[in-house]
Ligand binder design. Structure first.
Ligand SMILES: [Zn+2]
Length: 67
């Protein structure tokens, strides 16, 4: 599920919301001041889950053969 980042227009609080793709966000409120209709920030689609491996890892130690 993607994580969206929002910013409250009223108090500038930023917060992240995990949403389903098709889920409506009309009910979203600022967790701080409860203002509605926060502004969605562009971000966080690839929120740093430990997937991104740009570093070339050495091949695993576990060799399946050798029985
Ligand atoms: Zn707020």
């Amino acid at each position: 599920m993607p994580i969206y980042e929002y910013r409250c227009r009223k108090c500038n609080e930023t917060f992240e919301v995990i949403q389903k793709v098709n889920e409506d966000n009309r009910d979203l409120r600022c967790p701080k001041c409860e203002a509605d209709r926060p502004e969605r920030l562009l971000s966080a689609f690839c929120a740093g889950s430990a997937k991104g491996g740009s570093s070339s890892q050495a091949p695993g130690h576990s060799s399946p053969g050798h029985s």
